[in-house]
Write a protein that binds this ligand. Structure first.
Ligand code: SF4
Length: 186
């Protein structure tokens, strides 16, 4: 369900319910850009600490204050937004960052491949993505973000633990970053 489509100078945004969770009080925000930022993406990636970007993939991923953000040439998506007020602020801030990168383009060294050593998406990738809710988080995405922020322990996800032997690499990487991980793996 799309709610309250808002037009601003340079972009439009709206909230959507989190898929499979119509009763959720948190939303995803979709921000449609009036103009493509495809050419700017290597410069923007250079300005976003901790982002993942591979030139040609046309997507920059990052974790920003608990939101999983996907930046595409004509669209930006952000998860776990509480309402219009937060969506307005986040969209404005991202649009300002785009404008700032564009203004400073001549002084920025573009990156064509950038990968943080451990990101929330690495954690999310290892989860079943069934949004079963057994871990008390509304979605696997929310749980991945909590684990990344060290607010939850990955061992709380029983389906993950059932297949723990498949995730030795991730657990080893998490351990290297100081996370507490189940001792039976890695
Ligand atoms: S218990 Fe695991 S599979 Fe279920 S919602 Fe939580 S993270 Fe997702």
């Amino acid at each position: 369900m799309e709610e309250h489509i808002q037009k601003r100078d340079g972009y439009t945004y709206y909230l959507t319910n989190i898929d499979c969770l119509r009763t959720s009080t948190e939303f995803n925000v979709v921000m449609d850009l009036d103009a493509s930022i495809q050419e700017l993406m290597p410069y923007l990636a250079a300005c976003l600490p901790g982002c993942n970007y591979v030139h040609g993939s046309d997507v920059i991923n990052l974790m920003e204050s608990g939101h999983i953000v996907g930046i595409y040439p004509r669209q930006i998506t952000m998860t776990m937004v509480k309402g219009m007020e937060e969506a307005e602020r986040l969209c404005r801030e991202f649009f300002e960052r785009i404008q700032d990168a564009d203004r400073r383009k001549d002084t920025i060294t573009p990156v064509y491949k950038k990968r943080s050593t451990l990101g929330v998406l690495d954690i999310l990738r290892a989860l079943p993505k069934t949004n079963c809710g057994d871990c008390s988080s509304p979605t696997c995405m929310a749980f991945a973000a909590q684990v990344f922020r060290r607010e939850a322990d990955i061992s709380t996800c029983s389906p993950f633990m059932d297949e723990i032997e498949k995730h030795g690499d991730l657990l080893q990487q998490m351990r290297a970053h100081g996370y507490s991980v189940p001792t039976s793996a890695g």
